[in-house]
Design a protein around this ligand. Structure first.
Ligand code: AKB
Length: 320
């Protein structure tokens, strides 16, 4: 087996999670050791401070060439079409989310020793599960195409681990709130948009109803979880489908109330659209005891501390 260096490829490096995770990985591994693979959104100045490549995860040969060119030993495959976009373009969601992952797994199998991270989602759940504290092991019957791709992807990860011994690790992310890159095409995106509108206009129209409680997490916790699971000893990673990951759960009305503590003049109204049905099919909270037990997962942010940090950061950035 060829000896590999400690070099990381992030596919989807300019997305909501990728843009922050790539910088955190560079801080940890050194900026020349983390390659930012981008496809639609161009890399920022910060991402261009290390190696970057235009990369389509649907092209197995191009991903393989990039892995060989940089002698990569760890791949974070983050390129994805999210839930709302997936309902508009189910074929595209399958090609990127499942075939893209399959390309990476096949390359990792051929180049023995490559470790893979893949983000699943709470969207794996659908009908027939308790909505509150949804257990790790439960029927996975999603009603969205995005959920279908996440279940298929989890099963692929588990298969490649069982049959080829591939070290693939996977988390079921809740909705992610972040202050840097905007999310795009998700059902939980309201929880980011709301902060921009609260600061810029003191008004927001939410596309979910006021009581749609969903599991959520602040980006620093998401980055920490995504790096911690990859650093954990292989023997402690017992789940090779996807670990439930919980941070906090809140409804739009609860988030509005928290923002109003800092911006009292902020107002929100509610015009639920097609994304309401997607939100209604998802859990309200997740049981993440297995992640806590197996590799020490523990979130740091709650709704109040996240809201305070988001407002402080965005005010500083968006100030005229
Ligand atoms: C989405 O809303 O589609 C994503 C997710 C929950 O995976 N943020």
């Amino acid at each position: 087996m060829p000896k590999r260096s400690n070099r990381v490829l992030v596919i989807g490096a300019t997305g909501q999670i990728g843009s922050e995770l790539t910088l955190a990985l560079r801080k940890h591994h050194g900026k020349d050791n983390v390659v930012a693979g981008w496809y639609i959104d161009k890399p920022t100045k910060a991402l261009k401070e290390g190696p970057f490549e235009h990369l389509d995860v649907r092209s197995r040969s191009h991903v393989a060439e990039t892995i060989e060119k940089y002698d990569i030993d760890t791949v974070y495959q983050l390129a994805a079409l999210l839930s709302a976009t997936g309902e508009k373009d189910p074929g595209g969601a399958w090609r990127v989310n499942v075939e893209g992952l399959h390309n990476v797994l096949e390359i990792a199998r051929e180049h023995k020793g490559i470790k893979v991270f893949w983000p699943s989602s709470m969207a794996v759940y659908g009908e027939g599960v308790p909505a509150v504290n949804t257990p790790q092991v439960a029927p996975l019957l999603p009603t969205t195409m995005y959920g279908v791709t996440k279940v298929a992807g989890e099963l692929l990860c588990d298969y490649y681990h069982r049959h080829y011994g591939l070290d693939v690790r996977c988390l079921r992310y809740p909705g992610i709130v972040s202050s840097e890159a905007l999310p795009g095409g998700g059902t939980t995106d309201y929880a980011v948009e709301i902060f921009y509108d609260a600061i810029k206009k003191e008004r927001y129209t939410c596309f979910l109803s006021k009581d749609s409680t969903l599991p959520m997490m602040y980006m620093p916790d998401c980055i920490k979880a995504s790096m911690d699971i990859m650093a954990a000893p292989a023997a402690s990673v017992k789940t090779r489908t996807g670990y439930n990951l919980a941070g906090m759960s809140f409804s739009p009305a609860e988030l509005v109330k928290e923002i109003q503590r800092i911006i009292p003049t902020f107002e929100c109204d509610y015009k639920p659209d097609f994304r309401q049905k997607i939100a209604d099919s998802w859990p309200k909270s997740l049981d993440d005891r297995e992640a806590r037990r197996d590799w020490g997962w523990k979130p740091s942010y709650d709704l109040a501390s996240m809201t305070q940090d988001m407002v402080t950061r965005l005010r500083a950035r968006l100030a005229p």
